[in-house]
Design a protein around this ligand. Sequence first.
Ligand code: SAM
Length: 201
Amino acid sequence: MLARMAADPKLDSGARAHFGALRARPRQAHALTLSASAEHFTPPWLLERVRRVMGAIDLDPCSCTEAQANVGAAHWYGAADDGLGRPWAGRVFINPPGDRRGALPKRFWCKLAEEVAAGNVVEVTWLAFNLAQLRTLQVDSRLLPECDVCVLRERIRFTGDSPTKDNAVLYWGPSRDRFADAFADVGTIWRGRSGRRQQLP
Ligand SMILES: C[S@@+](CC[C@H](N)C(=O)[O-])C[C@H]1O[C@@H](n2cnc3c(N)ncnc32)[C@H](O)[C@@H]1O
């Protein structure tokens, strides 16, 4: 409709330009919610807090050599390994790769929920690239209500070529108080449901 109006010869050039601009706007807004690439790396200040909470990172299931200089996980998988098809265990840190439709974060989330339910992953910190990602994570409704969430006050400046977004950090595991302490100075903590922490259906 907007495309037709932007090209309608019955309209004057000003009106055509107006409808052309309206047509372009949703696309721009959408682009602002996207990661420019999968390679947006977690900054050291945030990883230092993750280590304060979990002690160490046993596994980073979506990573690369460059990111590991800061993450320093005992084990990691890269795109060539495909972390989605590998076993996960222990204390996991995840900053999932983005894609245009948010499909990859959803797949990593579903894999995480399976590994938690199986008792293989005992603790996890998940860095959400933007707040819209939280909506997509409802695809598996078991884990999300159990997580504590820190909505960060400032947008993260990721290493790499991604624009800044509103970010959140999700935590599931036994050290909820430590999570609240470690992230209190950088955001607001919302507590997840309590009582079924170590048990997912
Ligand atoms: C957002 S970056 C995060 C890197 C690192 N974990 C960090 O926080 O700094 C996501 C990484 O996952 C990698 N990746 C993409 N698809 C993957 C897959 N199927 N399995 C494992 N890693 C993947 C990307 O190459 C990228 O290095």
